[in-house]
Design a protein around this ligand. Structure first.
Ligand code: SAM
Length: 343
């Protein structure tokens, strides 16, 4: 795991440069970026790049950096022109498993120099967090970017003189064929179509990418061709990966159960011990559209919440409420009303 911590982000002034720090982190092989200041629009634009160009890169903004560095299970590398030269320390740093790379903006808090396991310079001249991060990741991961495979909804074909782009997202008709070939029953396919209709309405008012939502919704239950158990999300993701479907669709399938399954619950349920929580807007839209469909009717979220509370699934009920409220807030109105109006 290699993550980047961007300190001192100012929402108005640093939008472009922090975006570039995040893009460099993603393209050069980091797994995640943490940004100290909350910035929804930054999160959304990086999510959008990852959705379109592929990979599993994550962004989290509004992070309490003191808490993060304190709890970081690994080494902390601070990039600064005042540090030790990269070539002197890179061999030691490469031996570490989990690395948090800290880059600043204007002036970083003095305590970072003490907290860091390594203060590293890439020349002792002032330049930029974007260049420093690119060079550091290239050297630390030994040019991993050359070997990385991104499965986006578009693929760039290297070309000497022109832009060559291939569309990798299946059409809705192809999705139905994919479901049939995987062995999904007619009932499952009908359900997927209903989820698609509701998901598209939610996408419309939340501003989610409709093409991605439509394909994700149509394919979300592909795993039911193998099992109707709680494992159908993981099974579906496995099938989708094997079919070479874009990463964004694989993630929608894998994280669509309920309002997501956190690591601790996943373990109890016999799933791999990691979070299955919908992260991107598109993942949330499909997961919630599925929550709001029962047989062939659209239900109010309260019906499902009450059912889960009666079963004693209080955490799940709380997550459903939060997901519903988050999407309703983006729409400016309660989704229950919007979907009922839509008929
Ligand atoms: N003047 C600021 C300070 O004293 O911390 C640095 C500002 S610089 C524009 C922003 C960030 O770029 C720094 O926090 C550091 O992470 C990175 N940076 C700039 N020059 C660097 C260098 N020569 N080596 C490593 N990192 C560098």
């Amino acid at each position: 795991m290699i993550a980047v911590l961007r300190l001192g982000h100012r929402v108005e002034r640093d939008k472009r440069i922090t975006t570039h720090v995040a893009l460099v982190a993603r393209a050069f092989g980091a797994d995640k970026i943490y940004v100290d200041t909350k910035d929804d629009s930054l999160e959304r634009s990086i999510e959008d790049v990852t959705n379109r160009f592929g990979g599993d890169f994550e962004i989290e903004t509004g992070v309490n950096w003191r808490k993060l560095v304190k709890s970081w299970d690994g080494k902390i590398v601070h990039l600064t022109m005042y540090g030790l030269p990269l070539h002197e320390v890179i061999d030691d740093i490469r031996k570490e498993k989990n690395i948090l790379v800290v880059v600043g903006s204007e002036k970083v808090p003095a305590e970072i120099y003490q907290i860091a396991d390594y203060n590293v310079s890439i020349s002792n001249q002032p330049h930029s967090e974007v260049s420093a991060l690119a060079i550091f990741l290239d050297r630390c991961l030994r040019g991993k970017w050359r070997r990385m495979k991104f499965r986006g909804i578009i693929e760039i074909i290297p070309s000497e003189r022109k832009k060559k782009v291939v569309d990798k997202l299946p059409t809705p008709e192809e999705c139905i064929e994919i479901l049939k070939s995987a062995g999904c029953s007619d009932n499952v396919i009908e359900h997927c179509k209903r989820v698609r209709d509701v998901a598209l309405k939610i996408a419309e008012c939340t501003g989610a990418n409709k093409k991605i939502v439509e394909v994700g919704a149509l394919l979300h239950d592909i795993g039911r061709s193998k099992t109707h158990s709680i494992r159908h999300g993981i099974e579906g993701a496995r099938i989708a990966r094997k079919l070479g479907l874009p990463d964004v669709i694989v993630r929608i399938i894998e994280r669509h159960l309920g309002a997501g399954i956190p690591k601790e619950e996943a373990k109890k349920l016999g799933l791999p011990e990691r979070d299955f929580i919908p992260q991107s807007l598109e993942e949330k839209v499909v997961a919630h559209a599925d929550n709001l469909i029962e047989d062939d009717r659209i239900i109010r979220v309260e019906e499902e919440i009450e059912r889960q509370m009666r079963k004693g699934n209080m955490d799940y009920a709380r997550r459903l409420r939060e997901l519903h409220d988050e999407l309703s807030k983006l729409c400016g109105r309660d989704l229950n009303d919007i979907l009922r109006e839509g008929g």
